[in-house]
Ligand binder design. Structure first.
Ligand SMILES: Cc1cc2nc3c(=O)[nH]c(=O)nc-3n(C[C@H](O)[C@H](O)[C@H](O)COP(=O)(O)OP(=O)(O)OC[C@H]3O[C@@H](n4cnc5c(N)ncnc54)[C@H](O)[C@@H]3O)c2cc1C
Length: 493
């Protein structure tokens, strides 16, 4: 598909302004660029779009999408751009459709324990408003709470807790033709007002089609999500391990207990990056000493309880299980404790710390826990063979930092290894790109799977043709003009 020629561009823009008003559409590069990138893409490649638009409501989204069909202008939905996986970038120019102005919590329903929100509602906003009413959402995990729940859903995100994540009840979505779809019981005309709360209704679960779709199938304008009574007593248990396999297996057994709200694992270099003060990062020797005081591996297990007695019993059970795998309780004080406290709240401040050494891209694999030590070993072998080594603020070589998240209970854990590169050095970028190709190929041989739909671009020839044909068939049916997020999921569509 080609983008509109100049005179058409002007006509298109004039019509766009009529829909959203002069203040909410732009063709100026300065206005557009901030919405064309995320942490990862900006380090690797400059993407540019021709327009940015911020509709105020679902009717405006529909009108914008219809206009884009008329002029054949690609649309890339974008909420807060913290996906860290080049998920919201304009691969084929066109228009960035930013959903931030639709930022209302439409309902908190205490009977059905659901919240209905617009796509511009951030995790921070929902968590804050829910807490005031004595409710909470299941935690996202390590991500910054400046991101949105809708962005997370469309990205296909998960949590870091070993909890099953089926939190979305239904969605309202503007399809690529501009038509409106409401899923689950809200699909019954009139039920969106009287009973949109039935998650599995009227046949197959259409909501699931949009999870992980990267905006390819439609623009989500409403999300109904489960909420839970707030358990005010929260406990965080830090458990040290000396060995990676002990850490992984110990953590797996803690997840099996089924009493933790959140569980994740870090290696020493990762704890140091998160825990160090900005001043320490400028003092290599001091930083090195600090890093050496930290456990080689650490599991963080978090419980939420109604009663103090419950908290104490949970703590006892978790520590006893950890001890079976040589895990021991650690207690942090001072600035490291403060840093971990902030991380616990999923703050953006902490996300900045976590990303603050060289730009890195996460080499992800999703595998059952016992397969991770082998995958880690293989990663280090690939890096050694390529003479590709990471350092930290002490300037000494460290293996790539690890973040372990039980993504869906123990069925699939996400192991993130942070592969750093220098974005100003072509040799470094080339080496990084080469590593990523070898890494993902090797991990596929291990049975690795990926959350982000953009991986289909890489693995298309290894997927079942039926799988690919079905996805492409759905895309063609929903989006005959190839308007929404072209080339985001596959290279050609
Ligand atoms: C340090 C760090 C840690 C993170 N940890 C986690 C984690 O543990 N678990 C996890 O799941 N995520 C994690 N993330 C990823 C991210 O923070 C979340 O998934 C976040 O909620 C994404 O929201 P966003 O609003 O920025 O989405 P965006 O980046 O703006 O968009 C994400 C995707 O959704 C599409 N999209 C956005 N809005 C719409 C819409 N209205 N309709 C249709 N498509 C849309 C975009 O095109 C894109 O494909 C982490 C991120 C960082 C920076």
């Amino acid at each position: 598909m080609t983008t509109a020629v100049s005179s058409d561009k002007k006509l298109f823009f004039d019509e766009l302004v009529k829909v959203v008003g002069r203040d909410w559409a732009s063709m100026d590069k300065e206005d557009i660029l901030p919405y064309c990138r995320d942490e990862v893409s900006q380090a690797l490649k400059v993407y540019t779009a021709d327009y940015v638009v911020m509709p105020a409501d679902v009717e405006e989204v529909q009108a914008v999408v219809r206009l884009a069909n008329k002029y054949k202008v690609p649309i890339y939905p974008y909420s807060f751009g913290v996906s860290i996986s080049s998920a919201a970038v304009p691969r084929n120019a066109g228009m960035m459709l930013v959903t931030r102005r639709m930022n209302q919590i439409l309902e908190i329903n205490e009977e059905t324990m659901t919240a209905t929100i617009e796509p511009g509602v951030t995790w921070s906003k929902l968590i804050y408003e829910l807490n005031l009413k004595g409710y909470e959402v299941l935690p996202l995990g390590g991500g910054p709470h400046s991101g949105s729940l809708v962005g997370n859903f469309v990205l296909g995100g998960g949590n870091t807790g070993g909890i099953d994540m089926n939190e979305e009840v239904s969605i309202e979505v503007v399809l690529p033709t501009g038509e409106l779809l409401r899923t689950a019981s809200a699909g019954f005309i009139g039920h969106e007002k009287i009973n949109p709360y039935v998650r599995v209704a009227w046949g197959p679960n259409l909501t699931g089609l949009f999870r992980g779709s990267l905006g390819w199938f439609g623009v989500v304008t409403k999300l109904l999500r489960r909420i839970y009574p707030l358990q005010k007593i929260q406990d965080r248990i830090e458990i040290a391990f000396d060995d990676f396999t002990d850490c992984v297996i110990g953590m797996r057994e803690i997840v099996k207990l089924g009493i933790c709200r959140q569980v994740y694992g870090l290696d020493q270099a990762q704890i140091a990056i998160i825990g160090a003060t900005p001043e320490l990062c400028t003092q290599p020797e001091e930083y090195w000493k600090f890093e050496q005081t930290l456990p080689k591996y650490m599991v963080i297990a978090k419980t939420n309880c109604h009663l103090e007695e419950q908290k104490d019993i949970y703590r006892k059970i978790i520590l006893a299980k950890a001890a079976e795998y040589k895990g021991r309780l650690v207690t942090f004080t001072g600035t490291t404790k403060k840093a971990l406290d902030i991380m616990e709240q999923g703050s953006s401040d902490m996300a900045v710390r976590y990303l603050r050494h060289n730009p890195h891209l996460m080499a992800f694999v999703q595998l059952p826990p016992s397969m991770l030590p082998g995958a880690r070993k293989k990663t280090l072998e690939i890096l050694d063979k390529m003479d590709f080594h990471m350092t930290s603020f002490h300037n000494k070589v460290v293996p790539p930092r690890i973040w372990l998240s039980p993504w869906e209970r123990n069925e699939s854990w996400l192991m993130e290894q942070d592969i750093e590169f220098d974005p100003l050095d072509k040799v470094s970028i080339d080496k990084f790109r080469k590593f990523m190709v070898v890494f993902f190929d090797e991990m596929a041989n291990y049975g690795a799977s990926q959350i982000n739909a953009a991986f289909l671009r890489r693995y298309e020839d290894r997927m079942m043709p039926t799988y690919i044909n079905m996805l492409k068939g759905i895309k063609k049916m929903l989006d005959p003009n190839g308007i929404l997020a072209p080339r985001q999921v596959f290279k050609d569509i």
